[in-house]
Design a protein. Structure first.
Length: 275
């Protein structure tokens, strides 16, 4: 399979170099459709290739040297004319699995004009059919489970995948690490009872992050790597600001006197205004 894919990509690169323009794809695509009984004409009201067979809906093919966004957008636009729209390219896409998934979801067909000996032949990768995706219930269940179990919102959406994500599993491992750091070696049962860590046994036994070590039967302690992980994902609490120093009694008395004097002055002004 790997050899076949490598041969296809190499042949596609040679073919692209041989093709000066997209119209070089027209002849093999036309011959293919004519062989299927279509009457084929090129450049009909903006469509690269249009094939008509009896009273059936027309078939539209858009041509490009290689697969790209502009070709997909053209194909989507042609779906307003007919449900039978193909994208024809002169090179095997690098990410064929993703390309097929995209075309299938959009209801577009895919043709590869592949080199064959001294000529080119058309290979049908996909036929255009209405796409009805089946929901992956298992993935949906795992998605909702992770959302429910995760505490708070510790990750920034759109962050680089190179930054370790704080998952619900990591949060439980951090709770185990925090307990072991505070109390020393503990049994699995004690960890379960001390905090909300229902999967403590699996987390400690699998030790995915290398944070825990078994010291005796069903008893675990925190490793140096676990201490570093705890420091990385659970920052030290910010110290509270120092409490303000109590004011001197003389200053407090002076403030009270000034406030009382201001109150008396205001009262005298009100009485003067009345007289």
């Amino acid at each position: 399979m790997i050899v076949c894919d490598a041969w296809r990509q190499a042949a596609s690169r040679r073919m692209i170099r041989a093709m000066a323009v997209e119209s070089d794809l027209y002849a093999p695509v036309k011959a293919f459709l004519v062989g299927q009984g279509y009457v084929v004409k090129g450049e009909v009201r903006g469509c690269d290739v249009v094939g008509v067979r009896a009273a059936e809906p027309p078939v539209v093919v858009e041509l490009k040297r290689s697969f790209g966004l502009s070709l997909v957008l053209q194909g989507i636009d042609r779906l307003a004319l007919t449900d039978h729209v193909y994208l024809a390219v002169g090179a095997w896409p690098r990410r064929m699995r993703d390309v097929k998934k995209l075309c299938r979801r959009l209801g577009l067909g895919l043709l590869i004009v592949a080199p064959y000996r001294s000529t080119r032949r058309v290979e049908v990768v996909l036929d255009p059919v209405p796409y009805a995706p089946r929901k992956n219930r298992r993935r949906t269940r795992l998605l909702l489970r992770e959302h429910t179990r995760r505490v708070g919102d510790p990750n920034r959406g759109g962050a680089s995948t190179r930054v370790p994500m704080v998952t619900a599993y990591r949060q439980e491992a951090l709770r185990c690490a925090a307990l072991l750091a505070a109390q020393g070696a503990m049994t699995i049962a004690a960890l379960r009872a001390a905090d909300d860590v229902p999967n403590a046994g699996k987390i400690l036994q699998k030790d995915y992050y290398g944070w825990f070590e078994r010291v005796e039967r069903a008893t675990y302690a925190l490793t140096a790597e676990g201490k570093r992980g705890l420091a990385r994902f659970v920052p030290a609490p910010t110290p509270a600001p120092p409490a303000p120093e109590p004011e001197d009694a003389t200053v407090q008395a002076a403030v009270k006197i000034a406030l009382r004097a201001e109150e008396l002055r205001a009262r005298a002004e009100r009485l003067g205004a009345k007289t």
